[in-house]
Design a protein around this ligand. Structure first.
Ligand SMILES: [Ca+2]
Ligand SMILES: [Ca+2]
Length: 279
């Protein structure tokens, strides 16, 4: 009886999975929606997360995750793995399971839009990397993010944040007097790189070339059309796993511009701005 029940559950899950995968064959993206926000996840054009529209304003050009096993191979986007499962239980959530023999990467997204007209929106991401093999693996995980706040690629300033242990725990980006974009990480990344993506994009190129990449730990501040990448270096035990939590938020700058903008004070300004928005 119990066995039959389990078989039934597996069968239902299989049908749902196949249905979602069939849909992907004709439409290689899924768009999440919540309140004032929508964001799109593409599976085949290597843009990953894109088109984060908050009250109709585009804020994110793209985000993609990459991985490398060992120190001599090159990085690959996670969507180069097999897409094993897609689960969407609501308009604002999505879970994707990628894998190949010996490796599974699960990424879950939750979109939390703000009230209409607030300009506020948050995306939470939970990543779980599982080593299915019987040997430990020297695993390297990369995240590439290119915010173009207010839909304009120029005019942004970016600063990456390190904690007292030297781990990178976040990124703050600002567009003049209009918007902040921020990202917080847990655990912090071992390495990072802030770099320009206009008129050339060496950081992005380094993640899609045929050489192993080690980020150079340049944290900014930089201005223009910045982007950043984080790198987690982790030995994952046989049958073990490693999890990463990421929270992104965008919101308008609600206070008059200080007479002299100092990006090093961004953290304090960000906290004040968020309190005002949430109150
Ligand atoms: Ca590379
Ligand atoms: Ca940018």
């Amino acid at each position: 009886m119990k066995k039959n029940f389990l078989l039934a559950v597996v069968a239902v899950g299989f049908v749902a999975c196949n249905s979602a995968l069939d849909a992907l064959a004709t439409d290689s993206s899924i768009t999440l929606k919540d309140n004032n926000t929508e964001v799109t996840f593409s599976f085949q054009d290597k843009f990953g997360m894109k088109n984060w529209y908050v009250d109709g304003v585009s804020q994110l050009y793209r985000q993609q995750f990459y991985y490398r096993i060992g120190s001599t191979d090159y990085e690959r986007p996670i969507d180069s793995l097999n897409l094993w499962n897609i689960t969407q239980t609501s308009d604002n959530s999505l879970s994707l399971v990628y894998g190949k023999r010996g490796l599974k990467i699960e990424v879950s997204y939750l979109l939390s839009g703000g009230v209409e007209g607030s300009g506020y929106s948050t995306i939470s991401e939970q990543i779980k990397i599982s080593n299915l093999s019987r040997r430990s693996i020297d695993f390297h995980f990369f995240q590439f993010v290119d915010f173009d706040l207010a839909g304009e690629y120029l005019g942004d300033e970016l600063l990456l944040i390190q904690n007292e242990d030297g781990l990178f725990t976040g990124a703050y980006q600002r567009k003049g007097n209009s918007y902040f974009g921020e990202e917080l990480l847990s655990p912090g990344a071992n390495r990072a790189q802030a770099d320009e993506v206009y008129p050339t994009w060496p950081l992005f190129d380094s993640l899609v070339d045929s050489q192993p990449t080690t980020l150079n730990n340049s944290a900014g501040p930089i201005s223009g059309d910045p982007a950043w990448a984080f790198q987690w270096d982790q030995c994952i035990d046989a049958k073990g796993s490693f999890e990463i939590s990421i929270v992104k938020t965008v919101y308008p700058i609600p206070v008059p511009e200080p007479s002299v903008f100092a990006i090093v004070s961004l953290v304090g300004v960000v906290v004040a701005a968020r309190k005002r928005i949430k109150s």
